[in-house]
Design a protein around this ligand. Structure first.
Ligand code: ZN
Length: 347
């Protein structure tokens, strides 16, 4: 194909023409032209191009140069894909829905590895506070390494000033402690506060670990508001970037908070009395004005399974004038309870 491209030339009428050696070897070229039976017999139409009958095909590497304005050139779009290596332990954290369970699982895992490497047999012993605290920092460190990989490299090489003034870590005066955990710097270094409170560990805004920590501390303060939850997180030595909005978003989605903070329900007025026999009622009629609604007497009121009357049997008297004499007749009918208004109660 590349050889064909090399020899193609454009004619004056805008069409393209194949070079002569390709025309001879191209059986399809014969189909578009007039040829006698004798010519066809010796042509490549029946036996194929000559080079296919040779025992060894000659391989010739040709560099093809195609001009950009070639209208027959198909434009290809190439997408670049950037693959990011994620730590498998970080992706495993998304399986946990509670921070305490994630910490316990990592602490037990680390304990198991330690025992195995020391040649000891695994026992069902629970982890202690120190081990769980170490596991917390281990998870935080992994999360930081994933989220702030480039920034940590710069801080390690003492090039923190290259972070850029818009970088949040630059504004927090972030530094790496002895355990390589990214912490907030700042002016509180001389204060008497605990080290973790003075220099909290920094966590990214969009991270499952950050969400778990917000959920854990929000539940620890018994579903109190945004300020109390944020204070609890910071008092435990953690600084989440954009913490306020994450906490607000969590409280908005928190089921107990939605239940506690919803508006007070208004009690519906339930009927104080069931309709009874001999009640005088007015029949609602949407098609006539209210002052023309008719009166009726209840003759039967059967309560349903819930003890409430839903349907009434009524009788009403209708008077008509025939030849100057009034005629009164009784009409029996059934009405649902919501279609009547009680006027006079029987008792
Ligand atoms: Zn809540």
């Amino acid at each position: 194909m590349s050889r064909v491209k090399e020899g193609i030339r454009q004619k004056k009428d805008g069409h393209y023409e194949l070079p002569l050696q390709f025309k001879k070897d191209n059986p399809a070229d014969l189909a578009s032209k007039e040829a006698s039976a004798a010519q066809l017999k010796d042509s490549c139409w029946l036996k194929g191009p000559d080079f296919l009958w040779q025992p060894n095909l000659s391989v010739k590497h040709i560099i093809v140069k195609v001009d950009d304005p070639d209208p027959e050139l198909r434009k290809a779009h190439v997408h670049t894909v950037k693959a990011e290596n994620t730590n498998p332990l970080i992706s495993r954290h998304s399986k946990f829905s509670a921070w305490s369970r994630a910490v316990k699982a990592v602490a037990r895992l680390k304990k198991c590895v330690r025992r195995r490497s020391g040649g000891q047999v695994w026992t069902d012993q629970t982890t202690n506070l120190k081990e769980r605290r170490k596991a917390e920092f281990f998870i935080i460190k992994l999360t930081q390494e994933e989220a702030f990989a480039d920034d940590i490299k710069k801080i390690k090489c003492n090039r923190a000033e290259k972070l850029g003034k818009r970088n949040k870590l630059y504004r927090l005066n972030a530094y790496l402690d002895a355990n390589n955990i990214l912490r907030v710097g700042g002016r509180l270094s001389q204060s008497a506060l605990h080290h973790d409170v003075k220099h909290p560990a920094i966590l990214p805004r969009k991270s499952h670990v950050s969400d778990l920590i917000v959920k854990y501390h929000h539940e620890r303060v018994d579903h109190q508001g945004r300020g109390m939850t944020m204070n609890e997180i910071r008092a435990n030595g953690i600084w989440i970037l954009g913490c306020g909005s994450i906490v607000s978003s969590h409280i908005y989605k928190c089921v107990p908070c939605r239940r506690y903070r919803r508006t007070t329900e208004v009690q519906l007025n339930s009927p104080s009395r069931n309709s009874q026999m001999n009640d005088i009622v007015i029949l609602k009629d949407e098609c006539t004005p209210r002052n023309e609604w008719k009166l009726a007497t209840v003759v039967e009121a059967q309560p349903g399974r819930d003890g409430m009357v839903c349907k009434l049997k009524l009788v009403l008297s209708e008077t008509s004038v025939d030849k100057g004499k009034p005629h009164t007749r009784l009409i029996n009918l059934e009405r649902p309870i919501h279609k009547i208004v009680t006027l006079v109660e029987a008792n």
